[in-house]
Design a protein around this ligand. Structure first.
Ligand SMILES: [Zn+2]
Length: 184
């Protein structure tokens, strides 16, 4: 049985601020009661907090949770991912890049831009449809398959995060976010 991972990705945190922004986000989650600190192997792990149900959509989840035999409360610790990362949705169809200006799908796989991003953490991508250029991180992807960013919050085997929660979390971070989700 794989895991169902949902990552709230901060699309705008600059590399040099990612660690501090990650800590800010974690403190907000704790203050809101979505996570709680638990001593773990001489450190601290952050498990589902007393208000975790307010962060998720249990209506669409219950039958799946029963199907998988999961306990109701998510039991995996929150992971804050800091540093240049390609967040992706795991299994699924090969995604297309969508221009953030005109929403046209890129006809070809943007290999050069991806290579540049892997190497340097920054890359631009030209849209052949509208001839405009945007940073790779600003491009959208079908099914929100990718996010190229420096900060993400991973929720493993939580029920589907509620849009109300992800919007509030984005406001707390002060940045645009993208929810990247899938099975691994
Ligand atoms: Zn375009």
């Amino acid at each position: 049985m794989g895991i169902y991972r949902q990552t709230v990705v901060d699309l705008e945190a600059p590399p040099e601020e990612a660690a501090a922004r990650g800590e800010h986000g974690r403190r907000w989650l704790e203050a809101e009661g979505f996570i709680r600190p638990v001593p773990w192997r001489g450190d601290v792990a952050y498990l589902a907090g007393p208000q975790w149900r307010e962060a998720v959509d249990l209506v669409s989840w219950d039958w799946r949770a029963r199907l998988k035999g999961l306990e109701e409360e998510p039991c995996d610790a929150l992971r804050v991912v800091v540093g240049r990362t390609v967040f992706y949705a795991g299994q699924g169809d090969a995604p297309s890049a969508l221009c953030p200006h005109c929403r046209s799908a890129l006809p070809d796989w943007p290999r050069e831009a991806l290579d540049a991003w892997y190497a340097t953490g920054a890359a631009d991508l030209d849209c052949p449809a509208c001839a405009r250029r945007a940073r790779l991180a600003e491009w959208n992807w079908t099914d929100d398959y990718f996010a190229f960013a420096h900060l993400g919050f991973e929720f493993d085997d939580w029920p589907p995060l509620h849009p109300r929660f992800t919007e509030a979390f984005g406001r707390a971070l002060g940045h645009r976010i993208r929810l990247v989700q899938g099975k691994f």
